[in-house]
Design a protein around this ligand. Structure first.
Ligand code: SF4
Length: 426
């Protein structure tokens, strides 16, 4: 009797880098003959790609595993992979005996029960493949993330990523360009833990510039996320400005000089402002995003006041604020002067309130302007100012075709989003 085709359901948590890993796991499972399904209760294999970034993300990952475990059909396998599997592999396997396999980075996801009966308990295994360079399915959206490196060589005080993702490992240019061509999209969003230092582990410091240029020859838009400020060279600024996407996602984390040193990071607010000002002189339309950590140990009222003043002056388009999470094994977890949770929350609210007004004002300033949008799906587009899934969107007429690029005029703004109509052609 012919057997029906087996299916898998893949649930992804966390950041864009995890999304890329999921695409590659999906590509491998499809190559193995499985078909994807959105319905976890109909799948023969349920895969949860977890995030271990901070406590909140870990809780969400565990809750998702437990919910999907209850939802799966009898006899279906459940496999946990991603950052939590890598960082807490054996603890997870012990704590969740109902999980069939805990697969850290580079460990193949088994879709069948192993013949030796190991599936009765969660299996752990040594890495066997290079997730970074695996094939992935073509995107069904007009944009896609492309991961160009894994790991990080820095030692920021709050960050556990280097301890479980390891040192930076850049992909070869040909592999990245091959993936970009195969995705068949109009916009690629390049991601890595420390994007601007792409290639330094291969002895090619500054290689990000030629990579961006080569990528630009293959797609309409190349967007870069997570730029460590010290590596934002003039050459890189130039490469970004000649692209169709003058968008600068600067990973700043704070602006007070002494506090940044406590974070074991480079730079200070004045230097960052100089860079932003210089870019705006070269390209007044450039858009800026940054992330900041609130309540890192030792943060004072003066540090907070300095950040508020800086934000007012910098007028960034978008900002993300994250309360500090005390991560096991990091430099900061042993520091004195941990900031009380309530105070962290107050500071977070103060920063968010200020930035929401700045963002909304900048969006108001767009009204009446003509912008070029890529339509992601019916009624939703993005100009160079909006990174997918992170920033606001441009609401466009539903008659505009997904995957196409149009000139539109902004008619209205509401918070982070704007509305636009198509430019009349003569
Ligand atoms: S650069 Fe980013 S990934 Fe690397 S240690 Fe710092 S915060 Fe972590």
């Amino acid at each position: 009797m012919a057997q029906s085709q087996q299916s898998f359901h893949l649930h992804t948590l966390g950041c864009p880098k995890n999304q890329v890993d999921s695409d590659k796991i999906a590509g491998t499972l499809i190559d193995d003959g499985l078909i994807p399904t959105h319905d976890p209760s109909a799948a023969d294999l349920v895969v949860v790609n977890t995030c271990a970034f901070i406590e909140e993300a870990r809780e969400e990952s565990i809750n998702t595993i437990l919910a999907l475990e209850r939802e799966r059909s009898p006899g279906a396998r459940i496999v946990v992979t991603g950052c939590m599997a890598e960082r807490y592999g054996s603890e997870l396997a012990d704590a969740l005996p109902e999980v069939d396999q805990v697969a850290g980075f580079g460990v193949p996801v088994h879709f069948r029960t192993k013949p030796d009966g190991l599936s009765a308990t969660a299996e752990t295994q040594a890495p066997q493949f290079d997730l970074l360079n695996l094939r992935r399915p073509a995107s069904d959206l007009p944009w896609a993330y492309v991961k160009i490196a894994e790991g990080c060589d820095r030692a920021c005080g709050f960050c556990a990523i280097p301890s479980f993702r390891g040192p930076q490992k850049s992909r070869e240019v040909e592999s990245i360009l091959g993936e970009i061509e195969q995705l068949g999209v109009r916009e690629v969003v390049l991601v890595a833990q420390d994007l601007a230092s792409y290639g330094s582990d291969l002895g090619r410091r500054g290689a990000i510039v030629s990579l961006v240029q080569a990528a630009q020859e293959r797609v309409d838009r190349v967007r870069l996320l997570y730029l460590y400020p010290s590596d934002l060279s003039d050459e890189l600024i130039e490469a970004i400005l000649v692209s169709e996407v003058p968008y600068f996602d600067l990973s700043l984390q704070h602006v007070a000089r002494g506090h940044l040193r406590r974070m074991r990071r480079w730079g200070h607010g004045e230097k960052f402002l100089e860079r932003i000002k210089r870019i705006r002189e070269l390209c007044p339309d450039a858009a800026f995003r940054s992330n900041f950590i609130v309540g890192y140990p030792g943060e004072t009222e003066d540090d907070q006041a300095e950040l508020l003043t800086w934000l007012q002056e910098a007028q960034l388009d978008w900002c993300g604020f994250f309360t500090y999470s005390r991560e096991e094994g990091t430099y900061a977890s042993n520091l004195d002067d941990q900031v009380p949770t309530e105070l962290m929350r107050e500071r977070h609210a103060e920063l968010t309130e200020l930035q929401d007004v700045i963002t909304a004002t900048r969006r108001d300033g767009m009204v009446g302007k003509t912008i070029e949008v890529l339509v992601d799906r019916q009624g939703i587009g993005r100009s160079h100012r909006e990174a997918p899934e992170i920033d606001g969107v441009v609401h466009v007429p539903s008659t505009l075709k997904p995957g196409e690029i149009y000139d539109v005029v902004v008619t209205r703004s509401e918070g982070p989003d704007i509305e636009a109509v198509q430019v009349e052609t003569q």
